[in-house]
Ligand binder design. Sequence first.
Ligand SMILES: C[S@@+](CC[C@H](N)C(=O)[O-])C[C@H]1O[C@@H](n2cnc3c(N)ncnc32)[C@H](O)[C@@H]1O
Length: 345
Amino acid sequence: MKTSQSVLYGDARSMMAGMSSSSADLVVTSPPYPMIEMWDETFSQKSRGIGGRVKSGDGDGAFELMHEELDPVWGEAYRLLRPGGIACINIGDATRRIGGSFRVFPNHARVLTSCVGLGFEALPEIIWRKQSNKPTKFMGSGMLPGAAYVTQEHEYVLVLRKGPRPLDTPSQRLTRRRSAFFWEERNLWFSDVWEGLQGDRQRLGLNGARGRSAAFPFELGYRLISMFSVQNGLVLDPFLGTGTTMVAAMAAGRDSVGIELDPRLRELVDERVMGSVDVSNAFNERRISDHRAFVARMRKEGRELRYVNKRYGFPVMTGQETLIRIPILKRVDRRGDGRFEVRYR
Ligand SMILES: C[S@@+](CC[C@H](N)C(=O)[O-])C[C@H]1O[C@@H](n2cnc3c(N)ncnc32)[C@H](O)[C@@H]1O
C-alpha cells in the first residue's frame, strides 16, 4: 500500500479552481478566523476595505467582509467534493472589544449559513472543548452582575455533506470494512464533545520559537479522517498551515492535497511530513494496544466479545470490525516539489 501527499503554495481560491470537480472524498480544514486579531493582517491584505473597517471600529462590516473572503473557498470545496463527500470545518467564534463594546462574532454560524446556502447538508457538529485553567480566563466585571462574560473554551467542527451518500460497489464495501474503527472508538469519536485531544507539538517541533501556528491537534484531524473517509481516499485541506491534516492523512493511510498561502511554512511542513513515520506509528500502535486493554477490561467484567478480527486475531465487539487494518508506515520519500510518497508495511 502507498499514498501520495501534495502541498500547493498559493491562494486557496485560485489553487482550487485548477482542480477537477468531484475529485475529493473529504475536506478537513481550519481557516483563518475572522475577527481574531492574529488574522487581521491576512484578511486586510485580501480586501482593502477590511483594514479600514477594523480601524474605524465597524466590527459588523469587517466581520462580513472577512467572511466574504472565505465564502468562495467553501464554494470550491463543494464543487471538489464527490457526491456524498463530507467537509469538516474547524472554526471558533471570536470575542473582541471593537467600536467601544465587547461582543462575540459568531464565525461558526456565519460559515454554517454560507455552506448550507451553497447546497451542503448540515450534520450534527462537534464541540472541541479546550478547557483553560488560567485565572484570567473570566472576562468583564468580575463578581458584579451585568457585564461579566461567559468564557470561550470551545471551538466547533462543522460537519457538512454534499448531498446523500451513494450506494457502495462491492469493492468499496470491502475498503470501508478495512477502514472501520473499533466499537469503543466509535463511542468516543461520535460523541459531540471532544476533550483532551492528543497533539504532537513536542515531537514535531511546533514549540515556542515557531510562534503561534493556530494548529489543531493531530488527533482531531486523525479522528475526522478516520470517521468520514476510507483508506486511499483523497483528503483536501485548503488552509494547510503547519500540515496537521496531511500528517494525520498519512497516518490514517489516505492521500491528501494541502494548500497554504504562506510560503514561510514550507520548511516546517516538509519537516513534519518527512519526520512523521515514528509519530504516526506510535499513534496507530496505541490504537491497537488500547483495543487490547479494552478487551481485557471487558473480560474482567465477564463479557466475552463474540467476533474476531482476522488481521490481528483479537476479539472485537461487532462483525463490522473483523477486517480492520490499521496502517503502519514504512517510509516517506520526496517526489518533487511539495510532493511526497508514503509506503506502508
Ligand atoms: C488556522 S490556520 C490552519 C492551521 C492548520 N489546521 C494546522 O494545523 O496547522 C489557517 C492557515 O490558512 C492560511 N491561509 C490564510 N488565507 C489563505 C488562503 N487564501 N489560501 C490558502 N491559505 C490561506 C494561513 O496562512 C494559515 O496557515
